[in-house]
Write a protein that binds this ligand. Structure first.
Ligand SMILES: C[S@@+](CC[C@H](N)C(=O)[O-])C[C@H]1O[C@@H](n2cnc3c(N)ncnc32)[C@H](O)[C@@H]1O
Length: 265
């Protein structure tokens, strides 16, 4: 249990603000609606709120008190939402009592992904839906950066990513089919949603890209040359003429993968 927001919270919030309508469309696309849903790893409740627009009732679950406080504040008076502090591997629900299990952008945060998926299977009713939304690290954000800089950054980023566990979490869509089956989910289906924006970015997206590039620089600067660091710093600096989101030919894409499975009968 942590009592302060993680360092990525501001960046994630900026992403939500920039792409809210796209994420809403993804949630509205779920095949099962008007049911009892849980949003595991709910963070600030962004997806809990979107789910509450299409489900009968939603419980947001997280093990961070700071995030739950934020989630309660943001969801305000929405009547069919509640939030509970619990661990992903010990959900406070009876066996087979949940219609829809949702988890977004959290796999890399869970300490044991296989155990989490088995817990999702335990609480899902037979035939119930598991819906996991993730990007993978290579395609989570694609920008119109100069190619030589992009290649250097990506090489550095992937050297920095680390061991096999984070590899599965960071590239979850590539492992999902097998992991869903191992946990007892059948009928695996995957949908890929490419979210794009072109031309000088609106304020919310500019903010997200600035924070994203600054985080990238922080994570990779030890592995990049001084020149590459300076160039990346300029792309991320709103006062620089090189600030990427303000460029006329700016392009942003994010590949989101929605993975669906059904709890075996
Ligand atoms: C990257 S955030 C995503 C939050 C939210 N789903 C979203 O898309 O904005 C990952 C979330 O998983 C939560 N989390 C990490 N480990 C957890 C655990 N063991 N049990 C429950 N929640 C956990 C974190 O507190 C955080 O809120």
């Amino acid at each position: 249990m942590s009592d302060s927001l993680p360092s990525y919270a501001i960046r994630l919030q900026a992403l939500h603000e920039a792409l809210e309508d796209d994420f809403r469309q993804i949630v509205r696309h779920l095949p099962d609606q008007s049911l009892r849903a849980i949003d595991v790893g709910c963070g600030d409740g962004f997806f809990t709120k979107l789910l509450s627009e299409v489900q009968a009732e939603v419980t947001g679950i997280d093990n961070s008190d700071a995030y739950l406080k934020e989630a309660r504040k943001k969801s305000g008076a929405v009547g069919n939402i509640r939030f509970v502090n619990a661990d992903v591997c010990d959900l406070p629900f009876d066996d087979g009592s949940v219609d829809v299990v949702w988890s977004a952008h959290s796999m890399h945060s869970y300490p044991d992904i296989r155990k989490a998926l088995r817990e999702f299977r335990r609480v899902a009713r037979p035939g119930g839906l598991l819906a996991v939304l993730e990007s993978d690290n290579i395609h989570s954000v694609m920008l119109s950066s100069p190619p030589d800089l992009e290649l250097a950054i990506r090489q550095a980023e992937h050297r920095e990513i680390g061991d096999e566990d984070s590899y599965i979490g960071t590239y979850f869509p590539r492992f999902a089919m097998q992991l869903f089956a191992e946990a007892g989910f059948t009928g695996f289906r995957r949908e890929q949603c490419l979210i794009t924006r072109f031309g000088p970015a609106a304020e919310a997206l500019s903010k997200f890209v600035e924070l994203y590039l600054k985080d990238l620089l922080e994570r990779t600067e030890k592995l990049l040359s001084d020149k590459m660091c300076r160039r990346l710093g300029s792309l991320a600096d709103p006062r620089s003429p090189e600030f990427l989101p303000h460029k006329r030919d700016f392009a942003f894409s994010s590949l989101q993968t929605l993975m669906l499975g059904r709890a075996s009968e």
